[in-house]
Each structure stands twice: as structure tokens, then as C-alpha cells.
Design a protein. Structure first.
Length: 214
């Protein structure tokens, strides 16, 4: 039997996904070992393999077909813009992509002024301001702690993920506009969906069953 390969976004999403997979009988003991530094795990009985990848690389592994199935946040899918089938919303990892800043920056968003926008998600930020708002902005790519940018004057606003809102609050910032809702999604390689139709559909059906019963 050909191995069905999963690419999971390392970290919290992978943990949640493994818990969910366990509920439908897909178990990989070795992957749950907190000390392991391994990145590939295999369950020979089930004919399944699991990669742990950096979240932004998950869509790449799936598009190229080295993984049949991926689980990753919708933020990453929107940012990476890969050719994949998004087949299921897993309902966890819920948060929002927002334009945030100090309250005083709100008027800059309605006046069509040229402003600076810092973000870990330059494509999402660019598309939002260009297509949705028709506002010319300068995007500044950062790699983390994005809330710092408007505080120190690198940008007027940021485009970032808001979950509980406490990072914003503790830094004197707020949500100025909501771009879109986010959560963990299952994606499938376009060829795999045809070639492994039966196994993938069974898996998706089982997942749906568990999610609906919860
Ligand atoms: C994310 C995000 C926000 C924060 C939002 O950052 O970029 O900073 O979480 O969560 P909250 O609304 O519950 O406070 P992450 O922790 O991934 O760190 P990073 O910004 O350094 O990448």
C-alpha cells in the first residue's frame, strides 16, 4: 500500500490535529514523545507518514505532492497562495486577521492616506489594502512581535492575528478593522485527491463525524 503522507504545522496546531486524529484511530505513538527531535514519523500498520513542518512550508509540501494532506491555519494558506484544495475547517485555532494600531490611527484608514503597514503577512496586507480598500500603502515585512512597530514608530498600523486581544491591550493598541476569520484547515494535493480518493474521503468523513459529535 502507498503511504498516505500528512504535513502538519509544527506547534499547537499539530498537537490539536494529532489529538483529533487519535479519535478516529490514527495514532502515532512516537510523535507524541516530547523529547524527540525527529521530523518524520511513520505508522506502518496504517500506511501513514507524518511530517512536522514550519507552518508556512506546509502548503509547499502539499502543493508539490510530497505530502498528500496538510493541516495548517487559514492565515498561512492566504499568505502563501498555493494551488491546493482546501477541504475542511477543523474549527480549532480560531482567531481573526485584523488591522490594528493605536485608536488615533483609525482616521488614517478612512482618509486614503499613504501609510506604513507592518506585518508578518505582507501578501494578506497588500491584497487587503489594494483590492478591498483601494488604499496605497507601504508594506513592511516583519517576522514577529509585530505590535512593536506602531509603538516605536516603524509603521502607523499592523496587520496581524488577534486571538484573545491581550497582546494588543497590553501594548495600548486595538483592532481597527477585521480582515477575515481564521482557523485550522485541511488541505489536499490536487492529484492525491483523485488518486487516493477513497482513503482521503474516508478520513475526511471520519473527521467530520468526530467534529459533529463534539
Ligand atoms: C501571535 C500574533 C499576536 C498574538 C495574538 O503572535 O502575532 O502577536 O499571537 O494573540 P492574542 O490576541 O491572544 O494576544 P505569536 O505569539 O505567534 O508571536 P510572534 O508575534 O512573535 O510571532
Amino acid at each position: 500500500m502507498r503511504y498516505l503522507t500528512f504535513a502538519l504545522a509544527k506547534g499547537r496546531l499539530a498537537k490539536e490535529t494529532l489529538k483529533l486524529l487519535e479519535k478516529i484511530g490514527i495514532i502515532c505513538e512516537e510523535i507524541n514523545d516530547p523529547k524527540t527531535r525527529k521530523l518524520i514519523f511513520q505508522n506502518d500498520e496504517l500506511g501513514m507518514r507524518f511530517f512536522l513542518a514550519k507552518p508556512s512550508d506546509v502548503p509547499t509540501y502539499v502543493e508539490y505532492g510530497v505530502a498528500d494532506i496538510g493541516v495548517v491555519g487559514r492565515d498561512t494558506l492566504l499568505e502563501e497562495g498555493r494551488n491546493l484544495y482546501e477541504v475542511m475547517d477543523l474549527g480549532f485555532g480560531k482567531c481573526r486577521m485584523c488591522v490594528c494600531g493605536p485608536a488615533s490611527a483609525k482616521e488614517l484608514l478612512s482618509k486614503n492616506e499613504i501609510i506604513r503597514v507592518a506585518s508578518k503577512y505582507p501578501n494578506i496586507a497588500k491584497n487587503y489594502f489594494k483590492d478591498k480598500k483601494n488604499q496605497t500603502v507601504e508594506i513592511i515585512k516583519l517576522n514577529g512581535s509585530v505590535e512593536l512597530a506602531p509603538i516605536v514608530g516603524l509603521s502607523e498600523v499592523i496587520v496581524d492575528i488577534v486571538e484573545t486581544g491581550s497582546t494588543l491591550k497590553e501594548n495600548g493598541l486595538e483592532v481597527l478593522e477585521t480582515i477575515t476569520d481564521l482557523s485550522a484547515r485541511v488541505v489536499v494535493n490536487q492529484v492525491s485527491l483523485r488518486m487516493e480518493h477513497e482513503r482521503i474521503n474516508k478520513l475526511l468523513g471520519d473527521l467530520k463525524g468526530v467534529l459533529e459529535s463534539e
